[in-house]
Design a binder for this molecule. Structure first.
Ligand code: GAP
Length: 528
């Protein structure tokens, strides 16, 4: 029953998105194309506000983060180095009777079962059946690489194969050296990118949640290895419940940096309008982590179709830059003056003790002692490959979460004393696609109409505004409620007399008379 209600809510949201021009199915006039979505006039404003807010907080307001806008198609070796060419795959199964295709883990999950891991891949558990026709005549799960393939240039052969990027992160690693040498940054610092990514998802679903073309907002924040921090500071700060995460400190190791970014990201989710109590923090268990990752936290949101990931914050060690160093043959090391000076101040005994301790620690983590010794040698020269903390978010998922969270249907009294259902999107004014709508009370009074246009133009210089001159004022309010517009302004005869307008608040539906100057101040305070 509860699930049914949630399904109905999702259907109502999808229908509102189409009706009001937030999101349309791509290529609808040709029957649509599964997993691709277009953002209409309101949707593209909303998503742009989400991306702009992310960019402002992550790049503009920080001195230690630089931006990047890289190409979607890159050298195919990038995907060999990153591991995507070999391993970016989902297990796929087909029903031999009805020919429906599934992602094996999702098919199992829907039936309360778990996909079985084998030495060579995956196997279906006992009792797993096709959810479309009920048959148990299913193929074995086989790996399906999610990268979209294309050819660069006129010849379609193996040498011209390229891929549409499946994430924006790898371009950041590939451009690490160029950004470092041109930006005057030093570790710790970050590189951020917002842009399209493509994944040939086996089973795109839940509206825009799992699409084949989507946008990511990713930050790679490069930090010193803990061993370098220890040499420079004499210790690595321990993460405790009392650790003050407000200002980065020189003695932070990866654990505190990771926690710092988790908190930064949480703050942003709240800033763009998700109520704190709707955000679920999920710490991946050791067996869920990628082999190179030390920790990964997912922020999840409870959509009508379930609690699902919005973004992940991973501590990825030096895996990515090391891979690109090995595959490209170009050094990804940095030279750290502070480290060189700290090592120079140590005597031989202190260096030997540091070497011994570091090698023993690496060996206890299952690492090769020779590699550990070589790492220490490079540290003593002031050199290392930076480690990375990666907050990686999806702009489409965030936009969908905001729409779901904002959506409300409520009963309100109408003029006849009866009850109407009002559909409203309670977006935070910061991300609302339209900030203010302007209505002339009537359109056949030239002076009043001209005054309303003048006010509209004043507001439009600063915010995305909407002009509506048709229908009763009550109907105009309802239209703006569905668009999530926080303020509606009516220009009437009193405006001509005393310069005041009526401003109506979307959430409280209260109206007040204010001067145009006060109106501007009010909107500015809400929108930020
Ligand atoms: N570089 C790391 C990375 O790409 P990910 O968990 O695969 O990590 C990061 O993706 C974010 O990108 C996800 O948390 C999600 O918000 C978004 N995302 C991933 N696949 C998506 C899809 N098929 N449709 C929409 N958003 C997606």
């Amino acid at each position: 029953m509860a699930e049914n209600k949630e399904n109905l809510k999702m259907e109502a949201i999808v229908s509102l998105c189409k009706r009001r021009g937030f999101i349309f199915q791509s290529s609808e006039i040709y029957g649509g194309i599964n997993g691709f979505w277009d953002y209409g006039p309101l949707g593209c404003e909303l998503k742009k506000n989400v991306k702009d807010s992310w960019w402002k907080r992550t790049v503009r307001l920080r001195e230690d983060v630089e931006g990047l806008d890289a190409t979607i198609i890159m050298h195919p070796d990038i995907w060999r180095a990153s591991g995507h060419a070999a391993g970016f795959a989902d297990p796929m199964v087909d029903c031999k009777d009805c020919r429906k295709r599934f992602r094996a883990d999702q098919l199992c999950e829907e039936q309360g079962l778990q996909l079985v891991k084998t030495a060579t891949g995956f196997a279906l558990p006992e009792g797993c059946k096709c959810t479309a026709c009920g048959s148990t005549n299913l193929t074995e799960p086989r790996a399906f690489n999610l990268m979209f393939k294309t050819f660069v240039g006129p010849v379609e052969d193996e040498n011209s194969v390229a891929y549409l990027r499946p994430d924006t992160a790898q371009a950041i690693f590939a451009e690490f050296g160029n950004v470092l040498s041109t930006s005057r940054q030093a570790v710790p610092f970050g590189i951020a990118q917002v842009g399209k990514s493509f994944r040939n998802e086996i089973n795109p679903r839940n509206f825009t949640f799992r699409s084949r073309e989507f946008e990511q907002m990713e930050l790679e924040y490069f930090i010193k290895p803990d061993e370098a921090v220890e040499l420079i500071c004499g210790h690595v700060a321990k993460l405790t419940p009392e650790t003050d995460l407000s200002e980065p400190q020189a003695d932070w190791g990866w654990e505190i940096w990771h926690r710092y970014w988790v908190e930064q990201r949480r703050q942003w989710l709240i800033d763009v309008g998700l109520p704190p109590e709707t955000i679920v923090e999920y710490w991946q268990k050791p067996d869920e982590l990628a082999h190179y990752a030390r920790a990964c936290v997912d922020f999840e949101y409870t959509f009508p179709f379930g609690t699902q990931e919005l973004e992940g914050i991973a501590a990825r060690s030096d895996f990515d830059l090391t891979q690109h160093q090995v595959h490209s043959g170009k050094s990804m090391e940095v030279f750290d003056e502070q480290l060189k000076n700290a090592v120079a101040a140590l005597d031989d005994a202190a260096r030997a003790a540091f070497r011994e301790k570091t090698v023993a620690e690496w060996v206890s983590r299952g690492k090769d002692p020779e590699k550990a010794a070589a790492f220490v040698d490079r540290l003593f020269e002031g050199k290392y490959i930076p480690h990375v903390i990666e907050p990686s978010a999806g702009a489409d998922r965030m936009t969908l979460a905001l729409i779901c969270d904002a959506y409300a249907e409520e009963e309100v009294p109408n003029d006849k004393g009866k009850k109407d259902v009002r559909t409203v999107l309670r977006f935070s004014p910061k991300v609302a696609p339209v900030k203010v709508a302007v209505f002339p009370l009537v359109k056949n009074k030239p002076e009043l109409y001209a005054k309303a246009r003048e006010i509209f133009k004043t507001l439009r210089a600063e915010w995305n505004c909407f002009w509506d001159e048709s229908g009763a004022i009550g109907r105009r309010y309802r239209r703006q409620d569905e668009a999530g517009t926080p303020f509606c302004v009516t220009v009437d005869f009193d405006t001509l007399e005393n310069g005041t307008v009526t401003v109506r608040d979307r959430d409280t539906m209260r109206q007040e008379r204010v001067t145009v100057e006060d109106l501007v101040r009010k909107i500015r305070a809400a929108v930020g």
